[in-house]
Design a protein around this ligand. Sequence first.
Ligand SMILES: C[S@@+](CC[C@H](N)C(=O)[O-])C[C@H]1O[C@@H](n2cnc3c(N)ncnc32)[C@H](O)[C@@H]1O
Length: 319
Amino acid sequence: MIVFTAAYGSVIRRKSMSSSGIVLNRKGKGRTAEQVSAIMRRVRSRDTQPELALMRALRKAGLRFKSNASHLPGKPDLIFPLTKLAIFVDGDLWHGNQWKLRGFPSLAAQFKRVNRKNYWIPKILRTVRRDFRNTAELIESGWQVLRLWESSVLHNLEKCVNVIESAVQSNVGTEGHVAFSELSRLSVAEFFAGIGLVRLALERHDWKVKFANDIDEDKYKMYGDNFDVGHFRRDDIHKLSPTEIPSCALYTASFPCNDLSLAGARSGLNGKQSGAFWGLIRLLKGAQQKPPIVLLENVPGFLTSGGGADFENAQCPPC
Ligand SMILES: C[S@@+](CC[C@H](N)C(=O)[O-])C[C@H]1O[C@@H](n2cnc3c(N)ncnc32)[C@H](O)[C@@H]1O
């Protein structure tokens, strides 16, 4: 389940796919093109079983909504017009989640043995991109967007209803903004940029760095030997102001690992070095346009630091 509000998140949209046998067995042989097409034809695009179950449960909870808002980008499955909340129930297959559910390492692996994989994989990726665009458009016109996986609705209906209920009641996320439109520009702000290795990898995939920061003079010089430093701010991250960071689709942060590493002192996220992480959180919280994607890179010790508490806090930082 993915929530799109002014806070962070990631997405996917629907067109639904409640037919059980649609996919592409892990061990089984590939289906013929005719078999796959026949399965795909059975897939409903609206009023699917999970959607109907969700609507029934919402009515039972006393919530009033409208269904099939075809006048809005992406045609949300449900809307709450007064709170400007749009809900999508995304079919796992079409919207690119099924490979995870079925234990494949990737979308490509899910379709490895499938006939016409060169047709189906791009089709799913196009849907995912369209989901991003529609979600961005909705958010930019003042809507909150909540995207639920069809599988979550089927298996965890009560939790889905609770999430919707609290979104309706609290009207979370109408203040602030997520820079979804930056996704198409592939723009990046890189923190803890060091000598630019993250940038090197991202540029291979057409990402464009709009801002970089690191405290270290020597690394800054090495970075400058390879990249333009016009956008580089060499300073302590704690001294940066959120207003000087341009709106970007992605913030990257290879923050110091000294206090998280198994080889280090293990003083955790409040340690002198790794505590720089909180500088990033401060910038994220203060950003007028929050990045839809944040990439944190660190050592495996991060997962176990403080008995797991550091990793948990990092995902849900205290206000
Ligand atoms: C793990 S390294 C990142 C390496 C980087 N990915 C690269 O390609 O070189 C952590 C970086 O955080 C920087 N750093 C540490 N404390 C900082 C702070 N308070 N503010 C800004 N940068 C800091 C260090 O100078 C170092 O370059």
